[in-house]
Design a binder for this molecule. Structure first.
Ligand SMILES: *Cc1c(COP(=O)(O)O)cnc(C)c1O
Length: 454
């Protein structure tokens, strides 16, 4: 392998277009994939990756793609981050698995200690480690139900919590996540969200966070009954739903309501956690202290690991043997997490997320001044998005999102489309991307808008 094909920090930090994207080698692999891989697993960009690091994905044809997706908010510390790789390699050579439920090991305990220290609030906490975000959300619900001896779970419009049976029920969007996959788990109730862009347009005035919370709380009181609610589960900023930042005051009002009614408040920080928003956790922006926090994506620098961290008195409700799983807290994944956490704490990544956010917001606001189809710019830190609409309306414009993302892909920039209406472009670069690459990516997006809108 030539030196510049080595991934991680060694990969040259430049966009390179060597062939059409996807190139011949990727197309060959795509043909093989069609015969071998279930078509239900789709890919945003069929460029097959051979190395990645900094802000670059290198594909099988030698193209170098600017990464504005981080594998969906996972490689926040950078792909193949040296701290992550060194620790995971050392662990793999020592032992690969024991099952923590059979023979425990220190690194699992160390990750639990780190999560207990880093998540919001200085109360006594406990952590359980799992494999995926969906599994973390499932376990948070199990724990809340045992603790409260209640059944009902409140979730919100536009929510995304995963693809398992329980979390499909909790996820809002039908196609492609739920359609045909029912019947779904029961006792899941959906409440209205605070969605400032659409709420304000519908009301013709600014809807405050408190007003939006009152709307949700009325529904809970009248249609479920607070005494039957085990948990309120919410993403502090909705991810797949379109990076919806609720109006200020919405989350604190829900936390107060939960506390007053003995309901476990669960912040699903699977996407927002770990420096992404410029704080270690997005809950911190509004000073809320959740009872339970679910984490996954950014936790282990790309290895599969997830967690539920929460108040000791809630976590202690489940007896021995009630939680776990064969692979939960796998030794290589927890070693990687210790490397990633070291990076978050020692490499000034919170500040870097803030600086990246400023560049993105400057670029997209300049674009918005030219193109009123950019209806809304929103997000925090290095988790930013634009919602695209038909000119002078709030009607979604998914075709424009697709056209701009397509132009970007053809020009070696990866940008992800999301949102309930498929009309949101989201920007989630690794925090190791250079300013120069980020600016270059937005030059390409600017061309994409100019081309699509004429
Ligand atoms: C991605 C995501 C999940 C599901 O995580 P998986 O690891 O894909 O199971 C759950 N909640 C939120 C907020 C997410 O963004």
């Amino acid at each position: 392998m030539a030196h510049d094909e080595v991934g991680g920090a060694g990969l040259p930090q430049e966009r390179r277009i060597v062939t059409a994207i996807p190139g011949p080698r990727s197309q060959e692999l795509e043909a093989r994939r069609k015969r071998a891989v279930a078509p239900g697993v789709a890919s945003s960009m069929p460029a097959y990756v051979v190395a990645a690091g900094g802000g670059i994905l290198r594909d099988a044809d030698g193209n170098q793609i600017v990464d504005l997706g981080s594998g969906i908010a996972v490689t926040t510390v950078g792909n193949a981050n040296p701290r992550v790789v060194a620790r995971a390699q050392e662990q793999l050579a020592a032992f690969t698995h024991t099952c923590f439920m059979v023979n425990p090991y220190e690194s699992y305990v160390e990750v639990a200690e780190a999560l207990n220290r880093l998540t919001p609030g200085d109360h006594e906490k406990r952590t359980v480690l799992l494999n995926s975000g969906a599994e973390a959300v499932e376990n948070a619900v199990k724990i809340a139900r045992v603790h409260t001896r209640r059944n009902a779970v409140v979730v919100f419009d536009h929510a995304y919590h995963g693809r398992t049976n329980l979390t499909m029920a909790m996820t809002a969007k039908a196609a492609p996540y739920k359609k045909g996959f029912g019947p779904f788990a029961g006792e899941i109730y959906r409440a209205p969200l605070s969605y400032p862009f659409r709420d304000d347009a519908a009301a013709g005035t600014k809807v405050t966070g408190e007003e939006a919370a009152a709307r949700a709380i009325t529904l809970i009181d009248k249609q479920i009954g607070a005494d039957d609610v085990a948990a309120i589960v919410i993403e502090p900023i909705q991810g797949e739903g379109g990076f919806i930042v609720p109006a200020e005051g919405f989350l604190p009002a829900l936390v107060d309501y939960a506390r007053a009614n003995g309901i476990v408040f669960v912040a699903d920080e699977v996407q927002t956690g770990f420096a992404r928003t410029g704080a270690m956790f997005a809950s911190e922006h509004e000073g809320i202290v959740p009872d339970l926090v679910t984490t996954a994506k950014g936790l282990a620098g790309g290895l599969p690991l997830a967690a539920v961290t929460g108040r000791a008195e809630i976590m202690d409700s489940v007896g021995a043997g009630g939680l776990g799983g064969t692979y939960g807290g796998n030794p290589a994944a927890v070693a990687a997490a210790l490397g990633a956490i070291e990076a978050y704490e020692q490499d000034r990544l919170l500040e870097r997320a803030g600086a990246i956010g400023e560049i993105i917001v400057r670029r997209v606001e300049a674009l918005q001044a030219k193109h009123p189809e950019i209806g809304h710019v929103r997000g925090r830190g290095a988790m930013q998005a634009i919602e695209l609409v038909q000119r002078d309306t709030i009607d979604p414009h998914p075709e424009l999102a697709k056209a701009v993302a397509g132009h970007a892909a053809a020009n070696a920039v990866l940008v992800l489309v999301t949102g309930t209406y498929g009309n949101v472009l989201r920007f989630l670069p690794p925090l190791t991307i250079s300013d120069a690459l980020l600016e270059e990516a937005f030059d390409v997006l600017e061309e994409g808008f100019a081309q699509a809108l004429g």
